[in-house]
Design a protein around this ligand. Structure first.
Ligand SMILES: Nc1ncnc2c1ncn2[C@@H]1O[C@H](COP(=O)(O)OP(=O)(O)O)[C@@H](O)[C@H]1O
Ligand SMILES: [Mg+2]
Length: 311
């Protein structure tokens, strides 16, 4: 059954805090093994969404499930908590404890056997290159290291879904890179990761699919799909000598000519493979000589800014 592979599923999921609607009718699904980004500016409802999905707060209306368990269903809460690991916005490690004991504390919380705890902790501390410092106080670690440890902590009970709420916020560029590389390593393990971020390049670099949110879901797709579907495609045609005839012939053929320069034109197109040769033909038939055609693609950043501003 296909639905078996959908790990996170919501339909019109909504959360209101009094008069404020934080999450408005969000419908989405995330497949097993997918790395999914919830991308939106501050106050977009990202944290609220994750807190609902991990049963930390209740929903107001709509539907949501993790695996086969429904949020808001009392008897499913414990099962959802075991299925998910959460890196919250404010991490909070026990600074005076060692990384080993920090992880062990959470392993006990999830009632993992001693053997299992030992195995998992060793696995993560070696992966993080902290095995030699397993007994040092966490207070002596760099910010990046602490954040990676906090992610490992969220994974200690081997959850199927990992929610990361702005994992690189407040980190310097070097620490951010450290954390991002770690997430990419987790991705190799085929873990399902739901990442909240307000950073576009983070979403673009790490994730298979991105949902742009601002209380409502604005757009969803792979970074490439979003760019393709939301941008206007254009070409810049370098022509030896642009003439009125060339411009009017292009218009007659139904093309939107966006810019006219002495030696170049910018034209909107629907489909590069079909339109580029057609444009070339029209220009040459009107006595022009085409030197080259450049495809102009807007970045996901343009798309993001346009969407978030438009709402
Ligand atoms: N516990 C709360 N009580 C009242 N309002 C809240 C609470 N948590 C969040 N909000 C409001 O909900 C909206 C979304 O917040 P949040 O989910 O934290 O956004 P994001 O994580 O995208 O920055 C904001 O307007 C915020 O002020
Ligand atoms: Mg937040």
């Amino acid at each position: 059954m296909a639905s078996h592979f959908i790990l996170i599923d919501t339909e019109n999921l909504t959360k209101k805090f009094g008069e404020v609607t934080a999450v408005d009718s969000v419908t989405l699904s995330v497949k097993e093994g997918e790395v999914f980004a919830f991308l939106g500016p501050n106050g977009a409802g990202k944290t609220t969404f994750v807190r609902m999905m991990s049963c930390l707060i209740s929903k107001t209306s709509g539907y949501g499930r993790v695996g086969n368990f429904e949020i808001g269903n009392k008897s499913d809460q414990e099962k959802i908590r075991r299925m998910v690991g959460v890196l919250p916005e404010n991490v909070g490690l026990y600074e005076e404890l060692s990384p080993y004991d920090n992880l062990d504390f959470y392993g006990r919380y999830y009632r993992l056997s001693e053997e299992k705890r030992r195995d998992r902790i060793e696995f993560f501390l070696k992966m993080l290159d902290l095995w030699d410092r397993r007994n040092a106080a966490v207070a002596t670690f760099s910010k990046g290291m602490k954040q990676k440890l906090a992610i490992a902590r969220a994974l200690i009970h081997d959850p199927q879904v990992l929610f990361l709420d702005e994992p690189t916020a407040n980190l310097d560029p070097e620490a951010s890179k450290m954390v991002r590389d770690f997430i990419l390593e987790l991705k190799k393990e085929k873990r399902t990761i739901f990442l909240n971020t307000h950073l576009l390049d983070e979403a673009e670099r790490i994730c298979d699919r991105v949902a742009i949110v601002k209380t409502k879901l604005i757009a969803i797709g792979s970074p490439q799909e979003l760019m393709r579907s939301l941008q206007g495609k254009k070409v810049r045609v370098q022509v030896q000598q642009v003439s009125d005839i060339i411009v009017s012939e292009l218009k007659n053929a139904g093309y939107r000519v966006e810019e006219v320069h002495p030696d170049s034109l910018v034209i909107s197109v629907n489909d590069f493979t079909r339109d580029n040769p057609a444009i070339l033909k029209i220009i040459e038939a009107s006595g022009g000589k085409v030197e080259f055609i450049n495809e102009i693609s807007s970045s996901l950043e343009d798309v993001y800014l346009k969407l978030v501003k438009a709402e």
